[in-house]
Ligand binder design. Sequence first.
Ligand SMILES: [Zn+2]
Length: 418
Amino acid sequence: MQIQKFTLGMGDRFAHQGRAQLAALVEARTAGLDVYPIWNKSFREHNIIKTHPDDVRSEADDAVAALKWQGDYYVDADHIDLKTVDSFLAGSDFYTLDVAEFVGSEPQVEDVDAFVAANRSFLGSLKIPGIEVPFTVTEDTLRKSAGNFLLAIREAGKIYRHIEAAKGVDNFVTEVSVDETDLPQTPIDLLLLLSMIAAEGIPAQTIAPKFTGRFNKGVDYVGDLVQFEKEFDQDLHVIAFAIGEFGLPATLKLSVHSGSDKFSIYPIINKLIARHQAGLHVKTAGTTWLEEIIGLAEAGGEGLAIAREVYAEARGRFDELTGPYANVIDIAAAELPSIETVNSWDSAHYVNALRHIPNSPEYNRHFRQLIHVGFKIAAEMGVRYTDALKANEAIIARNVTENLWQRHIAPIFGARST
Ligand SMILES: [Zn+2]
């Protein structure tokens, strides 16, 4: 299975927005932009919402049939490992092997020595085609990299072979993700990771490194844009080089996780993928759940009541809800409105506080991040929540589609206006 050049990962916590999400890709296609859908959901999310991986397959198939989508689409077993992969074997055809847990585990000395020997040709001044200044690679560079990543990539190999045994070679797409680590990876880290991936025999078609800067859930990128641009550009050169050097699939491309709502880096990514003629995968997830709450708030009545309740409950259970996401959110408690304040907001005020229009005066990114992690509250509401989704389907769908098409697909993949 060869992945398409441009793909958009879409998460749908409550599994009601598959058609509205696909409609955004139909809009893109109408505008001449070929971007293919990949529905993604992690084991963790399935667990909280009480859904099964096969549900995502049904949702994807249903959306594709309803909208008469022509061409490829995928179902991503997102962030799986050996313990969690089995329930995804039937329904998925895209696997994100998450080995961040093993990053930093110390490998055997002989294995490190073998890695150094195999990558000796990179020692000294390493010139990667397209990157002006050569990198300096020492034996220490190779040893450190092996120390950090070798066991993680070994583990990825085990997961890959487990899936291959069940599904057959070439019947699925493989992504390797090391994005949920503490430290960002440099272009040289990426090169050496790809060397290990190739040596392990993993035909990776997407790789998700941890980029420089903060990729907080549901809000804009925070970091040094100049540095991001430099590294993203170098990463693209490294991937092109690694494909030839290591014999990795020609379709290999970068995958940007927590990629929704990173408005300030989209122009950079857009410019660079055009310049490199590179492919790209961008994963989004919770941004669609936020559009559900926006749609409910906009609808008023019971919808607005639910939206207010989600906030009130989330505010009351702040530590419990934000704890697991401490590394990927930045909420200043002092900037959060009180429960009474939010309960006094009308539809327009609630929508404006939540919808991601950064320069809108009522937009509050702290409020938005807390709602982002508050999907557990809606999950606990059970059918009351999903009934509200059904009752307000049209208004929610409009928000979901518009958000993905106008604020994501067009700026990321679209033709540049300048
Ligand atoms: Zn990720």
